[in-house]
Write a protein that binds this ligand. Sequence first.
Ligand code: NDP
Ligand code: MG
Length: 381
Amino acid sequence: MRGIAILGSTGSIGRQAVDVVLRHPDKFYVTALTAHNNAELLFEQVRALRPSLAALTGEKTEVPEDLSFCRFLFGREALETVAREAEGTDVLAAVVGVAGLRAVMAAREKGKRILLANKETLVAGGEMVMNACRESGGEKVLLPVDSEHSAIFQCLEAAGPNHYESILLTASGGPFRTWEKEKMHRATVEEALGHPTWNMGAKITVDSASMFNKALEIIEARWLFDAKPEQIRVLVHPQSIVHSAVEFADGAVLAQLGVPDMRVPILYAMSYPHRLETGAKKLDLFQAKSLTFEQPDMEKFPAIAMAYQVLRQGGAAACVLNAANEEAVYAFLQRKILFGQIYEAVDAALQKWAHLPAKSLDDIAFADEKARQAAGEYLQL
Ligand code: NDP
Ligand code: MG
């Protein structure tokens, strides 16, 4: 039995993690759960899974009497406390945004295995997080949940001792793949939230539309697989069947395929190196018929070029990109700015603060704050 703490259990990834845990009660038990504001669903999950610890990181709420078996914590810092104090070996980081970074570092301090969905953590603090994993745990203490990175990880597992030459990171292309640039600039929130293949939380869905999600994933891959920027190539693959691939010196390419269902990479990280039943549909290649691949439109989606730029720049550049993007995406979701202004805000923040260092949590917090300020000023929020 593996004990697992789910940070962000009320979100899209969190709820799917709960689903796979309930499919395998003989293999996993939940030690802790956290939500930000969705107290009602958190209480329901606590009732069903009976963890000993739970946290609500947003507003404080009265806890129902029947849940007195569980210790409840409140406030922003509660996330870190849960990561540190939860029983069991594993922490699934499924909160959204850089808010997960301190919790991931705290979990590593306690020697926990991190199952990472929360890519913003690695984008903002990649060097620091990877050092913390190397120093205290060695291999396989940070397992990817993001579908592309899980695919790459699975391909590398299959490759044995062979090192890869390049990573082929697939992207669905999002809802605006075939739109004109000017139309995309003025896209509405509803249009941006209409992802063609994946059903996800609002922030990552907007990121998929802008392709900032792929930018974050390029940076995530750089850290997870110790890749040079030029070893990572993006392929637009609208069917989302090939989840990513890896190329070797002999010309062989290993890819991982499956229907788009996040329960597969979530459960693979939880049960690694074993594979268990997920409830996902089986892939029917006859039904899929054709798998197509295109170059990303770098002019229409400047996020991709920005990812390579911040990787070459190093320091806190990626952290600045991430923070400005978070700020701009929430402004867009609140209908305060146009979709196309997301790129402009990130660019403005990078021009001002990309040179900052990112050696410590304090450095990262400083760069994050400055980037949000710069994006806010540019957008006149
Ligand atoms: P959701 O928005 O659906 O869920 C986010 C979760 O985090 C919820 O439990 C939410 O609580 C909680 N939360 C929100 N803000 C905070 C905060 N400031 N501090 C602590 N907790 C917070 O997001 P997703 O599940 O879609 O995504 C989670 C992470 O996984 C993201 O980093 C995303 O990029 C990544 N990911 C997601 C995929 C997907 O298919 N959804 C695929 C690959 C990666 P509440 O419900 O109370 O608001
Ligand atoms: Mg992904």
